[in-house]
Design a protein around this ligand. Structure first.
Ligand SMILES: [Zn+2]
Length: 312
């Protein structure tokens, strides 16, 4: 698979400028150096940004592997805890891998290295790499997955499609907002294509290419459970991932004046956008607390699809 073109902002590379033994000499005031946080301290910063109370009931978020007392100098963000991603984190020297998707969402009775999940658990523990899941709490929070998507599309007056049960009015799953100016569905789809990382599946659209759209609903990841909320929001378009035949075709049958049109994108790509924003947000909170941590976004493309055939 092609690596994703990442552009993590706000990160300072410390390679090649180690400070140990290089303290300036001669009676200068002692300046407090930023310190590496422990994993436990880092989890407090994570809780500030993406509280676990925002996660859906069915979800499993939080620490999957790792010692709370272990120092963390390097953190990697990724969508999926695949073995390829874990290997990338280990090779870079990350003591913590933060993924959007859980490694262990369903109950397991073995983590033997004879299974893919078991191999992942072994690789993490044997390399001393902690794993943390920020899933639906990352979707729901302000600055979460759908917020980042809405922002990248240039939406204004953004509100959640469903308000969080345990959160603020601006927290919840999905977002809806307005483009600054109406545009055709074709142009809007091109904008969606342009903001997402390049993946084999591209972008699929259902609707009139020349139809004008302005009000846009988005849900990063699989969003076909939110059609009632999308209709209630009067959106002209719904951008989400993993749209299956029946929910999509029934939504199109029920559409008024053809709307909402549908834009179906890669699940991975729709959630990948959040990673650089999350990395920057965590870096800022840690810096405010006097901690110094290097944070990178994984360059592994964990979209499961590799190529596509289309007519014409
Ligand atoms: Zn997802």
């Amino acid at each position: 698979m092609e690596p994703v073109d990442t552009d993590v902002t706000g990160q300072e590379k410390r390679d090649g400028e180690k400070h140990d033994g290089g303290a300036p000499s001669g009676g200068e005031a002692v300046v407090e150096q930023p310190q590496a946080p422990t994993l436990a301290e880092l989890l407090l910063a994570v809780e500030e940004l993406w509280p676990e109370s925002l996660a859906e009931n069915w979800d499993e978020v939080g620490l999957v592997a790792g010692h709370p007392a272990a120092p963390v100098t390097r953190v990697m963000f990724a969508v999926d805890p695949t073995l390829e991603v874990i290997d990338e984190a280990v090779a870079w020297g990350a003591e913590l891998l933060i993924t959007h998707h859980p490694l262990l969402l369903k109950g397991v009775t073995t983590v033997a290295a004879t299974t893919p999940k078991g191999r992942a658990v072994h690789r993490l523990i044997e390399s001393g790499t902690a794993l943390l899941t920020i899933h639906t709490n990352g979707d729901s929070a302000v600055g979460g997955v759908s917020d980042v998507l809405a922002d990248a599309l240039g939406l204004q007056n953004v509100a959640p499609l469903t308000v969080a049960a345990n959160g603020l009015p601006e927290e919840g799953i999905g977002r809806v907002g307005d483009l600054a100016d109406a545009m055709t569905l074709g142009d809007f789809a091109a904008r969606v294509f342009g903001i997402l990382p390049s993946v084999a599946g591209g972008v699929r659209v259902s609707g009139d290419k020349d139809g004008l759209v302005r009000r846009i609903a988005v849900c990063g990841g699989a969003g076909d459970s939110l059609f009632n909320e999308v209709r209630a929001s009067n959106a002209d378009v719904y951008v989400t991932a993993d749209l299956r035949h029946h929910p999509a075709s029934e939504a199109r049958e029920a559409a008024l004046n053809g709307r909402p049109y549908l834009v179906d994108v890669s699940h991975f790509a729709s959630e990948w956008l959040w990673l650089p924003a999350a990395a920057a947000a965590l870096g800022n909170v840690l810096a405010d607390q006097g901690h110094e941590v290097e944070i990178q976004v994984s360059t592994t493309n964990s979209d499961p699809w590799d190529f596509i055939l289309t007519p014409g």
